[in-house]
Design a binder for this molecule. Structure first.
Ligand SMILES: *Cc1c(COP(=O)(O)O)cnc(C)c1O
Length: 376
């Protein structure tokens, strides 16, 4: 029994058990459960790892996006551009703050915002762009930043799936995803590349004013205890989670390399199957494979997924219904046909197991069955 999992958090914990157990026990012994020293320690370590001036820890990746938008002082009705092919969080927080999500289709190689379509979506009311670095690979930041600069727009990078990805500028300079735009956001949801054992998130910036503002917003809008300068939220990273994250951050490069090695093995075994497209690598980014997501043309995706599941191979569809077609967002007045690339991806993508503990025999078994189904 190969016992293949989509994500193997238990196998990873078993390897780190001594350090993680000690970190957890220290927090319990200290009883500093809220904003204890491990939170500041992890904050500084992450800032150092990313090469960014400021990191503000918060409760989860969705809060990180919400707080980032709150810090930009947008007004009701202002427009924020983002992608229809992602997790719901980005358009959800735009909506919650009384702002208007404006969606732009993706490019079919990186699955990220198609920057050549951005300008057509910009109006008088546009204030910000939220590119999502989906599946572990960056959106085309250089061209997004150029357009943003020309129109005076802020850029919030959603780095939930790309903590540790390098953006590669055309002059060869590298910078960590999430440190390039006005603000970056991260999620430490357990299955993310840097995941804790519950919820966690962070906001990154190089701007001292924005840093001070965000620190205030996540703390109920307060700078001095029991005095409130603005309406804020309560969004803290748990001390326990911070202690766990410090241990895991030390291994993040090694975790991301393990994912890249698994991806390379998949590439080798799946690269030459008709109608199957392995993940494209963009010249402007490294890929840390939060997901290994392929495209199957020809309408057989769901049958392939059923077949693989019958062989005890987990398969996930990220994402099965584009954001512009979700019931909750009908009032945005989008319809089928508005974002053809996104819609076609929703029908043809599938993701196979990807984590730090994948074994070669598991990868071979998975690929064997994909091949068997597609070449029979
Ligand atoms: C996971 C994720 C989020 C939300 O993070 P939470 O910590 O679950 O709130 C936001 N955006 C993307 C792209 C994600 O994958």
């Amino acid at each position: 029994m190969l016992n293949i999992r989509m994500v193997d958090l238990k196998g990873q914990y078993d390897r780190l058990k001594t350090d993680i157990d000690a970190a957890i026990q220290d927090v319990i012994d200290s009883t500093a459960f809220i904003n204890g020293p491990p939170v500041q320690k992890f904050r500084d370590e992450l800032a150092e790892f990313l090469g960014v001036e400021y990191v503000i820890p918060c409760a989860n990746g969705t809060d990180a996006l919400q707080v980032a938008l709150m810090a930009l002082d947008l007004e009701r009705g202002d427009e924020v551009i983002t992608t229809p092919f992602s997790f719901i969080a980005s358009i959800e927080v735009i909506k919650l703050l009384g702002l208007v999500p404006v969606l732009v289709d993706i490019d079919p190689l990186s699955f990220n915002l198609e920057s050549s379509l951005l300008e057509a979506a910009i109006t008088e009311k546009t204030r910000a762009i939220i590119p999502v670095h989906l599946f572990g690979q960056c959106a085309n930041m250089e061209s997004i930043l150029e357009i943003a600069g020309k129109h005076g727009l802020r850029v919030i990078e959603d780095t939930a799936q790309a903590v540790g990805t390098d953006y590669i500028f055309s002059d060869g300079k590298r910078q960590k995803a999430g440190t390039i735009g006005t603000l970056g956001t991260a999620s430490f949801f357990p299955s993310k590349n840097l995941g804790c054992y519950g919820d966690g998130g962070a906001i990154m910036t190089r701007d001292q004013k924005l840093h001070d503002r965000i620190k205030t917003i996540v703390n109920h809008g307060s700078r001095v205890k029991y005095y409130y300068d603005e309406v804020g939220v309560n969004s803290r990273l748990d001390t326990l989670q911070a202690a766990i994250l410090s241990v895991k951050l030390r291994h993040l490069n090694e975790f991301n390399s393990a994912r890249q090695s698994a991806a390379a093995e998949y590439d080798k075994l799946l690269g030459e199957i008709p109608r199957l497209k392995i993940p494209a690598r963009m010249s402007w980014s490294t890929h840390i494979f939060h997901q290994y997501t392929m495209i199957l043309d020809g309408g057989k995706r769901d049958k392939l997924a059923d077949y693989l599941r019958s062989k005890d191979i987990p398969v996930m569809i990220y994402y099965p219904l584009p954001l512009h077609l979700q019931n909750a967002y009908k009032d945005l007045n989008y319809k089928t046909g508005d974002f053809p690339v996104t819609e076609s991806m929703s029908e043809s993508v599938f993701s196979i197991p990807m984590h730090t503990e994948l074994e070669t025999d598991q990868i071979e078994y998975i690929c064997h069955h994909i091949k068997k189904f597609l070449t029979r």
